[in-house]
Design a protein around this ligand. Structure first.
Ligand SMILES: CC(C)(COP(=O)(O)OP(=O)(O)OC[C@H]1O[C@@H](n2cnc3c(N)ncnc32)[C@H](O)[C@@H]1OP(=O)(O)O)[C@@H](O)C(=O)NCCC(=O)NCCS
Length: 151
């Protein structure tokens, strides 16, 4: 994951359990919802081992993150992932960071053999615009679907 083209001076890399305190602090800056959505440290560590959990990092530390979890498996390989959260700190928004995080997730998911990303339809217009722009389309039951095998 390291070496991915950095938008706005940030690098996107896979998160590790050690990132949790900084990620928690970043979530608190992002929005009250972002902090509420964050799993506890133990769950975070498990997630980070299972599927790509991504952070955008610059000289200030973590400025954005994306959490996902496996939804369905073929053997040990995830065939679909659930988009848990994506967030960027307010003073780094509208510079392509969330777009880059979503693209990095899609690339990593494809490499792992996954064929789809799913998420819930967001209430926030910014999040809805972001997800539509990166490739999610309306699915059924209030879900969004990004077919990775259709791009
Ligand atoms: C939604 C969010 C992740 C977008 O991050 P970002 O890095 O600013 O997004 P990008 O710069 O990649 O924007 C990509 C596109 O998304 C759309 N978009 C992003 N923010 C938007 C806003 N405030 N209003 C309308 N459209 C928006 C635009 O189409 C944008 O492209 P453009 O800048 O060329 O117009 C960010 O605003 C955020 O973190 N909000 C809080 C989210 C949160 O609480 N997450 C936790 C949920 S559990």
């Amino acid at each position: 994951m390291s070496g991915r083209r950095p938008p706005a001076g940030a690098t996107i890399r896979a998160a590790s359990a050690a990132d949790y305190p900084a990620l928690y602090a970043a979530a608190a800056l992002c929005s009250p919802t972002a902090r509420e959505c964050l799993p506890d440290a133990v769950t975070f560590a498990t997630l980070a081992e299972e599927v790509p959990t991504l952070v955008a990092v610059n000289a200030d530390g973590i400025v954005g993150y994306l959490l996902a979890s496996p939804l369905a498996f073929d053997g040990d390989a995830p065939v679909s992932l659930w988009l848990e959260a994506v967030a960027v700190v307010p003073n780094r928004r509208r510079r392509g960071l969330a777009t880059a995080l979503c693209a990095a997730l899609a690339a990593a998911a494809r490499s792992a053999g996954a064929r789809a990303l799913l998420g819930s339809t967001p209430t926030s217009p910014a999040m809805a615009a972001l997800l539509a722009r990166v490739g999610f389309v309306a699915h059924r039951d209030g879900l969004l679907l990004w077919r990775l095998d259709a791009d």
